[in-house]
Design a protein around this ligand. Sequence first.
Ligand code: HEM
Length: 404
Amino acid sequence: MDNNILIPDHVPSELVLRFNFRDDDEFRRDPWGYIASLAEKPDIFFSPDLGGYWVVTRSDLIDEVFRRHELFTATSLSIPKMVNPLKLIPNSFDPPDHSGYRQILANNLFSPRALATLEDDSRDFSRALFGAFQPGRCEFVHDFAYKLPIDIFLALMGAHPSHRDECLSWIYGIFRGRSLQEMRDGFTAAYDFVTRWLTEQLADPERNQGSMFRAMVASRLNGRALTFEEMHSITIMLFTGGLDTVTSQMTHIMRFLAESPEHRHYLLDHPEKIPVALEEMLRRFGISFIGRAAAKDFEYHGVTFKEGDPVCAGTPIAGLDPRAFPDPLTVDFNRAQGHRVKHLGFGSGPHLCVGAYLARTQIRVMLEELLPRMPNLRVTPGRTIENAPGATMMLKALPLEWDA
Ligand code: HEM
């Protein structure tokens, strides 16, 4: 990746600072400490890494980047910027073009009807995955966190579970690719897979029993059915938005609970508090670095943006901003006095994560099902936990032990 780009003329030298969320040793060593330290940096700075992009460090401004699509367009989402990126429905569209697609997702694909079996499926799959662990130990990332979201998602889409590994390999390229080429290869593989799969399904849609797939086929946009291209784009969007994210989120939460008996016992004693506690953990362990581009030339909080400049809105940065959350590195389940803490872990504004309910349900059920089955849970002593940076932050592996 080109880290030696020329700094554009409109960027003052005092605003140039290095930050590479895809590939940086310091970041890899201590991602949360590194991110928390960004609060001491300018509110907005320019990193020459990843092709050059703006980084926003204040939670309130990150919220604005998500909301103000007239300044920060979602038509260019990736950092580094891609030429001719895949247009993902609905994520790559700004309002008003975004609105019709968004309604289809929110009202049809993610309707209570389409997700009717989600809770039970999450429970059944969680128990089955636990049942396949060796007694008293597992490698949580590969044995559970990768598998649960994809098994549930393939079931909702009516896709055969055997597609699991193929999907995981290109998701890895897209989110954890260290070069533009690796990201592109990931997208190409995703594109080809979805083309083949969707062509097969649409040849005889009645055979597909996936509630989300059926909702997509039945959807109407201004009175017409979705085209093949639209369904293709939505399917890729869901695969890319809904798998790596849930997996990553689970890895950080389980590591934290394995290392903090006090928090774990609280949840075991008060399972009804899991939803509130989960929001605090989603704040503390934000995972997504989301891209935007300047929609035009403009001044914003004293900084000059030129049309097309890439801009990063990082949900981990927002969650660890002490101006929004005092003592941000501390996990305090009572931070919002028994209410759910408001965070940007799922974004905000028009693109607020449409899969948030799906994600919250899976993680809540994971905690409800696994914690009581793992007495005296701990990270396997002597093992180093490595971070896997990327557009979503994950752990490479998480060896866990408990009293069987
Ligand atoms: C813990 C898990 C998850 C996290 C942290 C997360 C995070 C996010 C964030 C930050 C955004 C905003 C993107 C932007 O503004 O450009 C977003 C959007 C989106 N997410 Fe999620 N997500 C998660 C799970 C899911 C799941 C399970 C699905 C579906 C299967 C999903 C589907 C989507 C879609 C379709 C959008 C775009 C919505 C739009 O453009 O209107 N996400 N997500």
